[in-house]
Design a protein around this ligand. Structure first.
Ligand SMILES: [Zn+2]
Length: 475
């Protein structure tokens, strides 16, 4: 059954100043200890890819489980793993505490595995040695997503310290161990542990805030549609001097159909695709150029605001093209050519409809009657948060109170595939994708780091969110 708060509960939807001050003071005094704990986690190189030592992942899961055991908040803290196609996944930490007296249940998600370090020569300090520099902590996982783990820990401990251990709010913790390796057993884990994970609100602390001072709620993720296809014009290759000019080689229709996918301004020209409108945020042409390495001579593409184009509109890329290489080229009319297309789709778009629209476009626009044949396709659903619910409202109020600035809505141009699993298994839960990272965190890259002010603010915000949830009363 879905939790809905009584109208009287709405007085608690904004944390009062007393509570804000208490939470801030508590997190402030506890912050050095939490940074030390974050450092201990960063020292464990738990990487869920086959080429890396699986013992480190177990050590990582054990260290995280011990933190939540010591918090004294949970009825049960376990290390568990699920299997997919008979192959066991990485160890996850699952902790839970039942809700009492009609209070809601909140699930807090983060992941303890990290990306490999990459080129170690590019790190200014060793990847797995937490290092403080310029108001930030550097190290692999310091942001993505061990900062998420520590934020959850700080928030539940603050709740216990401020209102005592006998509180009524239900809380589950799920710290996944293979997010960076594609969350292979995520769905099985949800299905097998549905009872302990079921919640009214789910916080996925694996995204970013706009800056250390400006909080953000990630309200949308684009989905993805990928397909490869072949264009054929002849049974076999022929001499270009003998037949060129009278019959098309496969590259002519291939190039024309690929060129038809964008209009002259660079907008995706496939008909029937949805778009979603975002508020513009302070992100300039110069920011975009610097972040993307766009050459100074080259212009941006597409109509509309920058946020719309990055998060709310489709984007289409030809990611592969099979044709003779320049080195092996000869004066030949080629009978066939293959291409692979990856298309990001707007929040709210059905991926199968988008795939059909793309196929229809390719079929209609391939010239000269060239034969087009589709190969394998893949789809990933977009995500659009339900921001009108009580949990989103509470989260925004808590973020504003903690950071001292209102929360902005942001999107992500890419996808977090497991969000679709959460929405399918727990259709009634409100999913809140929150941030610990900031724009300079460089997750996945060398010199990953977390800004200390942003991290502290994220801890206060989550503590305030839990404190407020605990004050809600069921209708
Ligand atoms: Zn992550």
């Amino acid at each position: 059954m879905t939790f809905s708060p009584t109208p009287a509960s709405s007085v608690h939807m904004t944390p009062n100043q007393d509570l804000i001050d208490q939470a801030k003071n508590l997190i402030e005094s506890d912050f050095p200890a939490k940074l030390a704990t974050l450092g201990q986690l960063v020292r464990i190189p738990g990487i869920a890819w086959d080429a890396f030592d699986a013992n480190e992942l177990e050590r990582s899961a054990e260290a995280v489980a011990e933190l939540f055991r010591k918090s004294g908040v949970f009825d049960q803290v376990e290390i568990k793993w699920a299997s997919f196609e008979g192959v066991p996944g990485a160890p996850a930490v699952l902790a839970s505490r039942q809700a009492k007296n009609g209070k809601p249940h909140v699930l807090l998600y983060a992941h303890h595995d990290v990306q490999p370090p990459g080129d170690e020569d590019l790190w200014l300090s060793p990847a797995f040695e937490p290092t403080a520099r310029d108001g930030r902590i550097y190290g692999r996982g310091a942001a993505d997503d061990k900062a998420g783990v520590i934020t959850h820990l700080a928030a539940v401990e603050a709740l216990k310290s401020l209102i005592g251990e006998d509180f009524d709010l239900g809380i589950s913790i799920f710290i996944e161990g293979e997010e960076e390796a594609g969350s292979r057993t995520f769905r099985a884990f949800l299905d097998e542990n549905r009872d302990k994970l079921a919640a009214d609100a789910i916080i996925v602390a694996d995204s970013m805030n706009w800056s250390p001072e400006i909080p953000a709620l990630t309200v949308s993720l684009r989905g993805v549609v990928a397909i490869d296809f072949e264009v054929r014009t002849m049974e076999h290759a022929v001499h270009s001097g003998m037949f060129g000019g009278a019959i098309p080689d496969a590259m002519i229709p291939m190039i024309k159909v690929l060129a038809s996918l964008h209009d002259d301004k660079g907008n995706v020209a496939v008909k029937g695709l949805k778009t979603y409108k975002f508020e513009d945020l302070p992100y300039t042409d110069a920011n975009l150029r610097q972040d993307s390495s766009l050459l100074p001579e080259v212009s941006q593409i597409g109509d509309g605001g920058l946020m719309d184009r990055l998060w709310g509109k489709p984007a289409l890329t030809v990611i592969g093209l099979d044709a003779p290489s320049v080195a092996k080229s000869s004066n030949t009319l080629m009978p066939s050519a293959r291409a692979a297309i990856s298309m990001r789709i707007a929040p709210g778009q059905d991926p199968n409809e988008a795939l059909e629209a793309l196929k229809a476009h390719l079929t209609e626009n391939v010239p000269f009657g060239a034969v087009i044949e589709f190969g394998k396709s893949e789809t990933g659903k977009p995500f659009m948060a339900e921001t009108s619910g009580w949990a989103a409202q509470l989260a925004k109020n808590s973020l504003a109170a903690a950071f001292g600035n209102p929360a902005v809505d942001i999107g992500i141009g890419g996808s977090i595939p497991f969000i679709a699993d959460l929405t399918e298994v727990f259709p009634d839960a409100q999913i809140l994708v929150t941030g610990v990272e900031d724009a300079d965190s460089r997750a996945h890259s060398p010199n990953e780091s977390i800004h200390l002010v942003g991290l502290k603010n994220a801890m206060v915000a989550e503590a305030l969110f839990l404190l407020s949830c605990n004050q809600l009363v069921k209708e």
